[in-house]
Design a protein. Structure first.
Length: 327
């Protein structure tokens, strides 16, 4: 293809890193491209918690508009920020091989880790009631604006105060460093890609990530067959399958991003192993599910897991609580 593809990206360091990766991969396929920077609503308002911005796709809508108006040919997204329902006229082209899916806790004082149950380099089982006692009377504050992280954290550690923490990865790292909080939660993929993961951090193995966390998605206009053909070879089928299962789970339970719904699918020995959960926004309830299927039969795994959960009256109550919290 002789055309130079215009790659739309947000201008945060992480977004540019991801778009440059795509540019380099395309170059390897003999496809030339240039980066076009587009500001998103999520970058302009860096104060309001994401779940309170009230619209879906705060990081993706201006890139969608740039695609549809022909200013750019493809857009590169952190896939977990992309609404499960793509905008009309836009299609998924490729999902790159996934990086770490984990959430991590960036802490200030090592002594706080023991209170959280991190003993001898691993997470011990904690019991909500015992935990309530452990960090009772010593105010324990963490930073995050993710309703999903807040709910899972508070489910495990009920006596935590959570402070709003918005902005791109670098801004958030600086805010934590300047705060008097115990620490804050980040996606490992984000801090590892741009090589700013602090040594004072631990993987939150007990927390399930956002659907599609750690995956990069490339989209183009639905009718742009040429862009599709050029970019499609970058697709990593195993990652694409796993993130589709995770997003099916989210969409079937209740469409929308920034909900306290988590999901992770992994391929091991030709099996897709799926884990998902949903939480009441205040962390008081958590219901989880695990399911697996042979790769060849895994297409409906996310939908099936969600439908199985929806048979449970506790789940229906949580879904209701999530809807009301968003009201
Ligand atoms: N919502 C912001 C966002 N979108 C993607 C990432 C990190 C990279 C990824 O998870 O793919 C982050 C930062 C974070 O959650 O700490």
């Amino acid at each position: 293809m002789s055309r130079t593809l215009r790659i739309g990206t947000r201008d945060s360091q992480l977004a540019v890193w991801q778009a440059t990766l795509v540019q380099n991969l395309l170059k390897g396929q003999g496809v030339s491209s240039e980066l076009i920077y587009i500001k998103s609503e999520g970058d302009i308002d860096t104060v309001t918690p994401l779940y309170a911005l009230g619209v879906q796709g705060v990081f993706t809508r201006s890139l969608d508009a740039a695609l549809l108006s022909g200013r750019i040919d493809i857009a590169v997204h952190s896939m977990k920020d992309v609404p499960t329902q793509l905008a009309q006229g836009i299609q998924e082209v490729a999902v790159l091989e996934r990086a770490s899916t984990k959430d991590i806790f960036v802490y200030k004082n090592e002594s706080d880790l023991a209170k959280l149950g991190w003993v001898n380099g691993q997470w011990s089982k904690v019991n909500r009631e015992e935990q309530a006692l452990t960090i009772d009377h010593s105010p324990f504050t963490i930073g995050t604006s993710s309703i999903r992280r807040i709910a899972q954290w508070k489910h495990r550690y009920p006596n935590t105060d959570v402070e709003n923490l918005r902005g791109n990865v670098n801004t958030r790292l600086r805010k934590v460093a300047e705060s008097d909080w115990a620490g804050a939660i980040f996606a490992a993929a984000g801090v590892e890609r741009i090589e700013v993961r602090p040594a004072t951090s631990v993987d939150l193995d007990w927390m399930l990530p956002a659907p599609a966390q750690g995956a990069i998605m490339i989209v183009c206009r639905s009718e742009d067959a040429e862009a599709y053909e050029s970019v499609r070879p970058l697709n990593h089928p195993e990652t694409a399958l796993c993130v589709r299962v995770e997003r099916d789970f989210l969409r079937t339970l209740m469409g929308g991003c920034s909900t306290p719904i988590s999901a992770l699918a992994r391929i091991e020995y030709a099996q897709v192993r799926f884990e998902g959960n949903l939480c009441a926004p205040d962390g008081s309830e958590l219901v989880e599910i695990q399911k697996q299927a042979d790769i060849a039969f895994a297409n409906n795994l996310g939908v099936d897991a969600a439908n199985e959960l929806l048979q449970n009256p506790r789940v229906l109550k949580i879904v209701e609580a999530i809807r009301n919290a968003k009201g």
